[in-house]
Design a protein. Structure first.
Length: 255
């Protein structure tokens, strides 16, 4: 009789263990369902965010506005230059052909990666991808080899040229330290004007905290005329503040 009671007790314990195991399995299944529900909610949120259409800006489908300085040239500057020089043919009136920005970095001889930052900064300033320039000949004293990348240049034409000229004249030049006017002796005798900028920080597009190295650049304004006096009158009419000019011309877009 004692053995049969012990057998019953052991069987009861086994049944209780099976019930506990069943409860644990049920708890795991419930936890799995909850996790699956959370995953479904997350995936649903991701799908909803991805499926949301992108908002279009107000200028979609509309033509790009004409550059302010080019419109001012067509309305005001062209007529003034024709009267000043007595030009009867419209094609004789001087005009901007292109603007060339050039940066030479001597540090690129030992550190070629310096040019990458210059390319990025010039791209931000001009809105156009610059190109790296290579040395035309070797110079042993400087450790320079022919074909080595030594500078960066970009040529602007059309609307980007006019936009850059407008921003340079109205925004960048006033930010130059101790500015006393642009030199009138920087013409090359063929109607082109070149000037040097000591640091790229004069352009508001450049963030001072992200600048790795301060560098200058050469800017050349190429005109359609071959006479310096006509090129000077053109740039002055566009608002370039030359040295000795007591009352520089202020560009008014409404004129």
């Amino acid at each position: 009789m004692a053995t049969t009671e012990k057998g019953k007790k052991d069987a009861g314990k086994k049944d209780a263990g099976k019930k506990d195991a069943g409860k644990k399995d049920a708890g795991k299944k419930d936890a799995g369902k909850k996790d699956a529900g959370k995953k479904d909610k997350k995936s649903g949120k991701r799908q909803s965010t991805q499926a949301a259409p992108a908002k279009e800006h107000a200028g979609v489908g509309q033509p790009a506005p004409e550059p302010r300085l080019r419109a001012y040239y067509a309305r005001t500057v062209r007529g003034n230059l024709a009267k000043q020089f007595g030009l009867k043919n419209v094609h004789e009136i001087p005009n901007l052909e292109k603007i060339v920005l050039n940066v030479g970095m001597s540090e690129a001889i030992k550190q070629p990666k310096v040019l990458d930052a210059v390319v990025e900064e010039l791209g931000i300033i001009t809105g156009q991808r610059p190109t790296k320039k290579k040395a035309k000949k070797s110079i042993a004293n400087y450790g320079l080899r022919q074909g080595q990348e030594i500078g960066v240049a970009v040529t602007l034409r059309g609307a980007r040229m006019w936009e850059f000229a407008d921003r340079f004249i109205t925004t960048a030049i006033p930010r130059i330290r101790d500015f006393r006017g642009l030199s009138t002796r920087a013409f090359d005798g063929r109607g082109n004007y070149s000037l040097g900028v000591k640091e790229q920080m004069i352009f508001p597009e450049i963030n001072y905290d992200q600048v790795e190295q301060i560098h200058g650049m050469d800017i050349t304004f190429v005109t359609t005329t071959t006479k310096d006096d006509q090129a000077f009158a053109l740039l002055r009419e566009l608002g370039m503040p030359f040295r000795g000019d007591d009352k520089p011309i202020v560009v008014n877009a409404n004129q």
